[in-house]
Design a protein around this ligand. Structure first.
Ligand code: CA
Length: 229
């Protein structure tokens, strides 16, 4: 869950904000002074900053500017007067939102939630990666449902793909034909454990350079199969 820093010198307001945000499941830390608050915001690992404007030590304008120079986490500025809000907007310090006191706690929580979700989309959107299993030239892209051997794509049926992925996700574990049949084929499907042998053979033909000397899927006679990591 997201971690929020409240920089606010009015204890009652800080506690109120903290209570409501904690009720919504967030982890909350309070800093009641400007310099310490700025330091904490810059050095700590926070997902959002709730920033009061008038603070002892260092005001909210300066803190907002300092955070923005280093981080792009959402900053919600809180101020007592409407005209201060106008001033903040005019200064263009990079705050994401402005809340005037007194505010309703539910409105505060709603805005915090919205900004965190937006931020998550921004940050998460570009970095989402396909789930890939890679072993000695064999590349299984689980997300795209594709298999490559030394960079060359091989066509797999759904069951072959499931079988290979299942073995590769449990490297060095031995599975009997019964285990594999239970894991990959649903019980209602037509077939028996001989299906497993047939599919192992097909998978090997697609990934192994020499099927008589398999490098990925080993046979342990009388026991089952094992994927070599
Ligand atoms: Ca204040």
């Amino acid at each position: 869950m997201a971690k929020i820093l409240i920089i606010e010198d009015e204890k009652e307001i800080a506690e109120l904000e903290k209570d409501y945000l904690e009720l919504s499941g967030y982890t909350v830390v309070i800093s009641d002074e400007g310099q310490n608050g700025k330091k904490e915001a810059l050095e700590g690992d926070y997902d959002l900053i709730l920033l009061d404007l008038m603070l002892p030590g260092c005001d909210g304008f300066e803190i907002c500017k300092a955070i923005r120079e280093e981080k792009n986490i959402p900053i919600l500025m809180v101020s007592a007067k409407k005209d201060e809000v106008d001033k903040i907007r005019g200064l263009g310090l990079g705050a994401d939102d402005y809340i005037t006191k007194p505010f309703s706690p539910s409105e505060l929580v709603a805005r915090v939630k919205a900004h965190l979700q937006r931020y998550e989309r921004l940050v998460g959107g570009g970095t989402r990666e396909n789930k890939v299993i890679e072993t000695r030239g064999l590349r299984i892209d689980k997300t795209a449902h594709r298999v490559f051997v030394n960079g060359e794509e091989r066509q797999f049926t759904t069951k072959e793909f499931s079988l290979l992925t299942y073995l590769a996700e449990h490297p060095n574990q031995v599975f009997s034909k019964e285990d594999l049949f239970r894991a990959i084929w649903d019980m209602d499907s037509v077939g028996d454990i001989a299906t497993v042998t047939v599919h192992i053979k097909k998978v090997r033909e697609k990934i192994e350079a020499d099927t008589s000397n398999p490098q990925y899927i080993e046979t342990l006679w009388g026991v089952g199969y094992r994927f070599k990591a």
